[in-house]
Design a protein around this ligand. Structure first.
Ligand SMILES: C[S@@+](CC[C@H](N)C(=O)[O-])C[C@H]1O[C@@H](n2cnc3c(N)ncnc32)[C@H](O)[C@@H]1O
Ligand SMILES: [Zn+2]
Length: 329
Protein backbone atom coordinates (compact mmCIF):
# COMPACT_ATOMS: atom_id res chain seq x y z
CA UNK A 1 0.00 0.00 0.00
CA UNK A 2 1.50 3.34 -0.97
CA UNK A 3 0.40 6.47 0.83
CA UNK A 4 -1.56 7.61 -2.25
CA UNK A 5 -3.52 4.36 -2.16
CA UNK A 6 -5.55 5.23 0.93
CA UNK A 7 -9.14 5.37 -0.32
CA UNK A 8 -10.55 8.93 -0.09
CA UNK A 9 -13.65 7.55 1.67
CA UNK A 10 -11.34 6.34 4.46
CA UNK A 11 -9.48 9.66 4.73
CA UNK A 12 -12.84 11.46 5.10
CA UNK A 13 -13.62 9.28 8.10
CA UNK A 14 -10.25 9.49 9.82
CA UNK A 15 -9.66 11.43 13.01
CA UNK A 16 -6.25 12.56 14.12
CA UNK A 17 -5.01 10.02 16.69
CA UNK A 18 -3.44 12.87 18.67
CA UNK A 19 -6.14 15.55 18.80
CA UNK A 20 -9.22 13.89 17.29
CA UNK A 21 -9.54 16.52 14.56
CA UNK A 22 -10.38 15.84 10.91
CA UNK A 23 -7.58 14.72 8.63
CA UNK A 24 -6.95 15.63 5.02
CA UNK A 25 -4.39 14.80 2.35
CA UNK A 26 -3.70 12.24 -0.31
CA UNK A 27 -0.18 11.11 0.40
CA UNK A 28 0.72 12.81 3.67
CA UNK A 29 -2.26 12.79 6.00
CA UNK A 30 -2.35 15.81 8.28
CA UNK A 31 -4.95 17.14 10.73
CA UNK A 32 -6.07 20.77 11.07
CA UNK A 33 -3.54 21.22 13.89
CA UNK A 34 -0.70 19.95 11.72
CA UNK A 35 -0.27 16.50 13.31
CA UNK A 36 0.73 13.90 10.76
CA UNK A 37 -0.83 10.44 10.82
CA UNK A 38 2.19 8.11 10.72
CA UNK A 39 2.38 5.57 7.89
CA UNK A 40 4.61 2.56 8.30
CA UNK A 41 5.24 -0.45 6.12
CA UNK A 42 1.95 -0.03 4.31
CA UNK A 43 -0.36 0.69 7.24
CA UNK A 44 -1.55 3.78 9.11
CA UNK A 45 0.01 3.56 12.53
CA UNK A 46 -2.52 4.95 15.00
CA UNK A 47 -1.32 2.67 17.79
CA UNK A 48 -0.64 3.88 21.30
CA UNK A 49 0.96 2.31 24.35
CA UNK A 50 -1.11 -0.77 25.28
CA UNK A 51 -3.24 0.43 28.14
CA UNK A 52 -2.69 -2.59 30.40
CA UNK A 53 -0.72 -5.83 30.70
CA UNK A 54 -3.62 -7.95 29.37
CA UNK A 55 -3.85 -5.86 26.18
CA UNK A 56 -0.12 -6.04 25.76
CA UNK A 57 0.02 -9.83 26.05
CA UNK A 58 -3.06 -10.20 23.83
CA UNK A 59 -1.37 -8.17 21.10
CA UNK A 60 1.87 -10.17 21.54
CA UNK A 61 0.00 -13.47 21.22
CA UNK A 62 -1.99 -12.48 18.12
CA UNK A 63 0.97 -10.70 16.56
CA UNK A 64 2.82 -14.02 16.79
CA UNK A 65 -0.19 -16.03 15.58
CA UNK A 66 -0.93 -14.05 12.45
CA UNK A 67 2.67 -13.60 11.40
CA UNK A 68 3.18 -17.41 11.59
CA UNK A 69 -0.20 -18.53 10.17
CA UNK A 70 0.00 -15.61 7.79
CA UNK A 71 -1.36 -16.78 4.43
CA UNK A 72 -4.98 -16.50 3.34
CA UNK A 73 -5.93 -20.12 2.62
CA UNK A 74 -8.61 -21.56 0.31
CA UNK A 75 -10.61 -22.79 3.35
CA UNK A 76 -10.82 -19.20 4.64
CA UNK A 77 -13.33 -18.44 1.90
CA UNK A 78 -15.58 -21.19 3.26
CA UNK A 79 -15.26 -19.77 6.80
CA UNK A 80 -16.11 -16.36 5.34
CA UNK A 81 -19.28 -17.74 3.75
CA UNK A 82 -20.18 -19.38 7.09
CA UNK A 83 -19.86 -16.12 9.04
CA UNK A 84 -21.64 -14.13 6.34
CA UNK A 85 -24.55 -16.55 5.82
CA UNK A 86 -27.06 -14.15 7.40
CA UNK A 87 -25.53 -10.91 6.07
CA UNK A 88 -27.48 -9.43 3.20
CA UNK A 89 -24.40 -8.46 1.17
CA UNK A 90 -26.28 -6.59 -1.59
CA UNK A 91 -27.73 -4.30 1.09
CA UNK A 92 -24.24 -3.19 2.21
CA UNK A 93 -22.90 -2.76 -1.31
CA UNK A 94 -21.31 0.66 -1.62
CA UNK A 95 -20.88 1.06 2.15
CA UNK A 96 -17.53 1.82 3.72
CA UNK A 97 -16.66 -1.13 5.95
CA UNK A 98 -14.57 -1.74 9.03
CA UNK A 99 -13.13 -5.13 9.98
CA UNK A 100 -12.36 -4.51 13.66
CA UNK A 101 -9.67 -6.97 14.84
CA UNK A 102 -8.84 -8.09 11.30
CA UNK A 103 -5.89 -10.36 12.16
CA UNK A 104 -4.15 -11.28 8.90
CA UNK A 105 -6.97 -9.63 6.92
CA UNK A 106 -8.47 -12.84 5.54
CA UNK A 107 -12.09 -11.73 5.93
CA UNK A 108 -11.36 -8.10 4.93
CA UNK A 109 -10.04 -9.55 1.68
CA UNK A 110 -13.30 -11.36 0.91
CA UNK A 111 -15.41 -8.39 2.01
CA UNK A 112 -13.60 -5.81 -0.10
CA UNK A 113 -15.42 -6.64 -3.33
CA UNK A 114 -18.78 -5.98 -1.69
CA UNK A 115 -17.92 -2.54 -0.32
CA UNK A 116 -16.80 0.88 -1.53
CA UNK A 117 -13.78 0.66 0.78
CA UNK A 118 -12.69 -1.45 3.73
CA UNK A 119 -10.59 -0.58 6.76
CA UNK A 120 -8.79 -3.59 8.20
CA UNK A 121 -7.95 -2.61 11.77
CA UNK A 122 -5.91 -4.48 14.33
CA UNK A 123 -3.87 -3.58 17.37
CA UNK A 124 -1.13 -6.17 16.93
CA UNK A 125 1.72 -7.01 14.55
CA UNK A 126 -0.94 -8.93 12.59
CA UNK A 127 -1.22 -5.72 10.54
CA UNK A 128 2.02 -6.64 8.75
CA UNK A 129 0.39 -9.85 7.48
CA UNK A 130 -2.80 -7.91 6.65
CA UNK A 131 -0.76 -5.47 4.54
CA UNK A 132 0.67 -8.39 2.54
CA UNK A 133 -2.72 -10.06 2.14
CA UNK A 134 -4.48 -6.86 1.09
CA UNK A 135 -1.69 -5.26 -0.93
CA UNK A 136 -3.40 -6.00 -4.25
CA UNK A 137 -6.82 -4.74 -3.11
CA UNK A 138 -7.05 -1.05 -4.06
CA UNK A 139 -10.06 -0.24 -1.86
CA UNK A 140 -8.51 -1.71 1.32
CA UNK A 141 -6.57 0.19 3.94
CA UNK A 142 -4.83 -1.29 6.99
CA UNK A 143 -4.87 0.62 10.26
CA UNK A 144 -3.06 -0.30 13.44
CA UNK A 145 -5.02 0.83 16.49
CA UNK A 146 -6.75 -0.44 19.57
CA UNK A 147 -10.41 -0.73 18.56
CA UNK A 148 -11.35 1.03 21.80
CA UNK A 149 -9.47 4.11 20.54
CA UNK A 150 -10.00 3.75 16.83
CA UNK A 151 -9.21 6.95 14.91
CA UNK A 152 -12.56 7.35 13.16
CA UNK A 153 -15.48 9.69 13.48
CA UNK A 154 -18.56 8.33 15.17
CA UNK A 155 -20.95 6.63 12.74
CA UNK A 156 -18.30 6.26 10.03
CA UNK A 157 -19.07 2.79 8.71
CA UNK A 158 -22.09 1.32 6.97
CA UNK A 159 -20.81 -2.17 7.69
CA UNK A 160 -18.72 -3.34 10.65
CA UNK A 161 -17.50 -6.85 11.34
CA UNK A 162 -15.87 -7.93 14.56
CA UNK A 163 -15.08 -11.61 14.25
CA UNK A 164 -13.50 -13.51 17.10
CA UNK A 165 -12.24 -10.40 18.87
CA UNK A 166 -14.40 -9.12 21.72
CA UNK A 167 -14.17 -12.30 23.80
CA UNK A 168 -10.41 -11.65 24.05
CA UNK A 169 -10.88 -8.31 25.84
CA UNK A 170 -10.93 -8.00 29.62
CA UNK A 171 -14.11 -5.91 29.30
CA UNK A 172 -15.80 -7.25 26.13
CA UNK A 173 -18.89 -5.05 26.47
CA UNK A 174 -16.71 -1.93 26.54
CA UNK A 175 -15.13 -3.08 23.26
CA UNK A 176 -18.56 -3.82 21.83
CA UNK A 177 -19.81 -0.29 22.50
CA UNK A 178 -16.60 1.16 21.03
CA UNK A 179 -17.27 -0.81 17.84
CA UNK A 180 -20.96 0.17 17.75
CA UNK A 181 -19.94 3.83 18.09
CA UNK A 182 -18.35 3.56 14.65
CA UNK A 183 -21.45 2.07 13.04
CA UNK A 184 -23.47 4.49 10.90
CA UNK A 185 -27.24 4.84 11.32
CA UNK A 186 -28.75 2.14 9.13
CA UNK A 187 -25.45 0.22 9.24
CA UNK A 188 -25.00 -3.51 9.76
CA UNK A 189 -22.86 -5.12 12.46
CA UNK A 190 -21.64 -8.71 12.22
CA UNK A 191 -20.20 -10.17 15.42
CA UNK A 192 -18.76 -13.60 16.16
CA UNK A 193 -18.24 -14.59 19.79
CA UNK A 194 -17.11 -17.82 21.40
CA UNK A 195 -20.10 -19.70 22.71
CA UNK A 196 -20.48 -21.73 25.88
CA UNK A 197 -22.18 -25.12 25.72
CA UNK A 198 -25.27 -25.45 27.87
CA UNK A 199 -25.41 -29.27 27.87
CA UNK A 200 -22.89 -31.86 28.96
CA UNK A 201 -21.42 -33.61 25.93
CA UNK A 202 -18.26 -34.07 23.91
CA UNK A 203 -18.00 -30.31 23.29
CA UNK A 204 -18.37 -29.24 26.92
CA UNK A 205 -15.87 -31.87 28.10
CA UNK A 206 -13.34 -30.87 25.42
CA UNK A 207 -13.73 -27.20 26.30
CA UNK A 208 -13.16 -27.95 29.98
CA UNK A 209 -10.00 -29.84 29.06
CA UNK A 210 -8.87 -26.90 26.91
CA UNK A 211 -9.54 -24.48 29.77
CA UNK A 212 -7.35 -26.58 32.08
CA UNK A 213 -4.62 -26.81 29.47
CA UNK A 214 -4.75 -23.03 28.93
CA UNK A 215 -3.54 -22.51 32.50
CA UNK A 216 -0.24 -23.89 31.29
CA UNK A 217 -0.14 -22.93 27.61
CA UNK A 218 -0.90 -19.22 28.05
CA UNK A 219 2.30 -19.04 30.12
CA UNK A 220 4.54 -20.92 27.67
CA UNK A 221 6.60 -19.27 24.93
CA UNK A 222 4.43 -18.93 21.81
CA UNK A 223 6.67 -21.23 19.79
CA UNK A 224 6.22 -24.06 22.30
CA UNK A 225 2.43 -23.63 22.31
CA UNK A 226 2.41 -23.54 18.50
CA UNK A 227 4.43 -26.74 18.24
CA UNK A 228 2.40 -28.60 20.85
CA UNK A 229 -0.83 -27.47 19.15
CA UNK A 230 0.09 -29.49 16.05
CA UNK A 231 -0.25 -33.01 17.55
CA UNK A 232 -3.34 -31.94 19.52
CA UNK A 233 -4.95 -30.68 16.31
CA UNK A 234 -3.93 -33.85 14.43
CA UNK A 235 -5.50 -36.01 17.17
CA UNK A 236 -8.73 -34.00 17.18
CA UNK A 237 -8.83 -34.10 13.40
CA UNK A 238 -8.41 -37.88 13.26
CA UNK A 239 -10.63 -38.58 16.27
CA UNK A 240 -13.44 -36.05 15.85
CA UNK A 241 -13.40 -34.20 12.51
CA UNK A 242 -12.93 -37.19 10.19
CA UNK A 243 -15.51 -39.39 12.01
CA UNK A 244 -17.90 -36.42 11.87
CA UNK A 245 -17.41 -36.13 8.10
CA UNK A 246 -17.97 -39.86 7.73
CA UNK A 247 -21.11 -39.70 9.88
CA UNK A 248 -22.43 -36.85 7.73
CA UNK A 249 -21.83 -38.81 4.53
CA UNK A 250 -23.32 -42.05 5.88
CA UNK A 251 -26.25 -40.48 7.73
CA UNK A 252 -24.99 -41.63 11.15
CA UNK A 253 -26.58 -39.10 13.51
CA UNK A 254 -24.25 -39.73 16.45
CA UNK A 255 -21.09 -39.19 14.39
CA UNK A 256 -22.60 -36.33 12.40
CA UNK A 257 -23.43 -34.61 15.72
CA UNK A 258 -19.77 -34.58 16.86
CA UNK A 259 -18.28 -31.13 17.50
CA UNK A 260 -15.73 -29.28 15.32
CA UNK A 261 -18.10 -29.61 12.36
CA UNK A 262 -16.77 -26.35 10.86
CA UNK A 263 -13.45 -28.11 10.12
CA UNK A 264 -15.03 -30.86 8.03
CA UNK A 265 -13.69 -30.54 4.51
CA UNK A 266 -10.82 -28.26 5.59
CA UNK A 267 -7.20 -29.38 5.91
CA UNK A 268 -5.79 -30.06 9.37
CA UNK A 269 -3.83 -26.76 9.27
CA UNK A 270 -7.11 -24.86 9.89
CA UNK A 271 -7.59 -26.76 13.14
CA UNK A 272 -3.91 -26.32 14.03
CA UNK A 273 -4.30 -22.54 13.72
CA UNK A 274 -7.44 -22.51 15.86
CA UNK A 275 -5.95 -24.89 18.43
CA UNK A 276 -3.01 -22.54 18.81
CA UNK A 277 -5.43 -19.61 19.01
CA UNK A 278 -7.48 -21.29 21.78
CA UNK A 279 -4.41 -22.30 23.76
CA UNK A 280 -2.42 -19.10 23.49
CA UNK A 281 -4.84 -16.14 23.70
CA UNK A 282 -4.35 -14.78 27.23
CA UNK A 283 -8.01 -13.83 27.79
CA UNK A 284 -11.17 -15.57 26.64
CA UNK A 285 -14.81 -15.48 27.69
CA UNK A 286 -17.60 -17.71 26.39
CA UNK A 287 -21.22 -16.73 26.04
CA UNK A 288 -24.74 -17.86 25.40
CA UNK A 289 -27.02 -15.43 23.58
CA UNK A 290 -28.82 -14.43 26.77
CA UNK A 291 -25.50 -13.18 28.23
CA UNK A 292 -24.93 -10.71 25.41
CA UNK A 293 -28.49 -9.81 24.43
CA UNK A 294 -28.37 -6.87 26.94
CA UNK A 295 -25.31 -5.43 25.13
CA UNK A 296 -27.36 -5.12 21.95
CA UNK A 297 -30.34 -3.72 23.85
CA UNK A 298 -28.23 -1.13 25.67
CA UNK A 299 -26.64 -0.12 22.33
CA UNK A 300 -30.11 0.31 20.80
CA UNK A 301 -29.41 -2.14 17.95
CA UNK A 302 -32.04 -4.17 16.12
CA UNK A 303 -30.93 -7.79 16.18
CA UNK A 304 -31.59 -9.47 12.86
CA UNK A 305 -30.23 -12.98 13.44
CA UNK A 306 -28.44 -15.09 16.01
CA UNK A 307 -26.92 -18.36 14.82
CA UNK A 308 -24.78 -20.97 16.55
CA UNK A 309 -21.98 -21.96 14.20
CA UNK A 310 -19.11 -23.13 16.39
CA UNK A 311 -19.79 -19.83 18.19
CA UNK A 312 -22.42 -17.10 18.20
CA UNK A 313 -22.78 -15.32 14.87
CA UNK A 314 -24.94 -12.24 15.36
CA UNK A 315 -26.16 -9.76 12.76
CA UNK A 316 -27.61 -6.48 14.02
CA UNK A 317 -28.54 -3.15 12.52
CA UNK A 318 -28.31 0.35 13.89
CA UNK A 319 -31.68 2.06 13.39
CA UNK A 320 -31.82 5.15 11.20
CA UNK A 321 -30.95 6.26 7.73
CA UNK A 322 -27.42 6.43 6.43
CA UNK A 323 -25.84 9.86 5.91
CA UNK A 324 -23.37 10.26 3.06
CA UNK A 325 -20.32 11.14 5.15
CA UNK A 326 -20.34 11.28 8.95
CA UNK A 327 -19.91 14.69 10.45
CA UNK A 328 -16.85 15.12 12.65
CA UNK A 329 -17.78 14.24 16.20
C1 LIG B 1 -8.93 -14.39 16.95
S1 LIG B 1 -8.19 -13.06 16.09
C2 LIG B 1 -9.43 -12.83 14.81
C3 LIG B 1 -8.85 -12.19 13.58
C4 LIG B 1 -9.83 -12.08 12.40
N1 LIG B 1 -11.04 -11.39 12.75
C5 LIG B 1 -10.14 -13.47 11.87
O1 LIG B 1 -11.18 -14.00 12.26
O2 LIG B 1 -9.32 -14.00 11.13
C6 LIG B 1 -8.50 -11.63 17.13
C7 LIG B 1 -7.82 -10.36 16.60
O3 LIG B 1 -8.28 -9.24 17.36
C8 LIG B 1 -7.19 -8.38 17.61
N2 LIG B 1 -7.49 -7.60 18.82
C9 LIG B 1 -7.72 -8.06 20.06
N3 LIG B 1 -7.97 -7.03 20.90
C10 LIG B 1 -7.93 -5.90 20.14
C11 LIG B 1 -8.09 -4.53 20.42
N4 LIG B 1 -8.37 -4.07 21.66
N5 LIG B 1 -7.97 -3.64 19.41
C12 LIG B 1 -7.67 -4.06 18.15
N6 LIG B 1 -7.49 -5.35 17.83
C13 LIG B 1 -7.62 -6.26 18.81
C14 LIG B 1 -6.01 -9.31 17.79
O4 LIG B 1 -4.78 -8.65 17.60
C15 LIG B 1 -6.30 -10.39 16.77
O5 LIG B 1 -5.67 -10.15 15.54
ZN1 LIG C 1 -4.22 16.45 15.37
Amino acid sequence: MTTAAIPPAVVERLRCPRCGGPVTGEGRLVCVDGHEVPQREGYLDCSSEPRDAATSSTFASFGYEWTRFDKVQPEDERFFRGYFTEVDLPSVRGAVGLDAGCGKGRFSRFMAGHLEAIVALDGSDAVTAAVRNLGDIPNACVVRADLRRAPFHEGSFGFVSCLGVLHHLTDPEEGFHAVVRMLAPGGTLLTYLYSRPTRVGVRSVSLQAATLLRRLTTRLPHTVTRLMSAPIAATLYAGVVLPGSLGERQGNRFLAGLPLAVYRGSPVRALWLDTFDRLSAPVETRYVWEDVRPWFERAGLDVQSVAERGGLVIVARRPGHPAAVPSPG
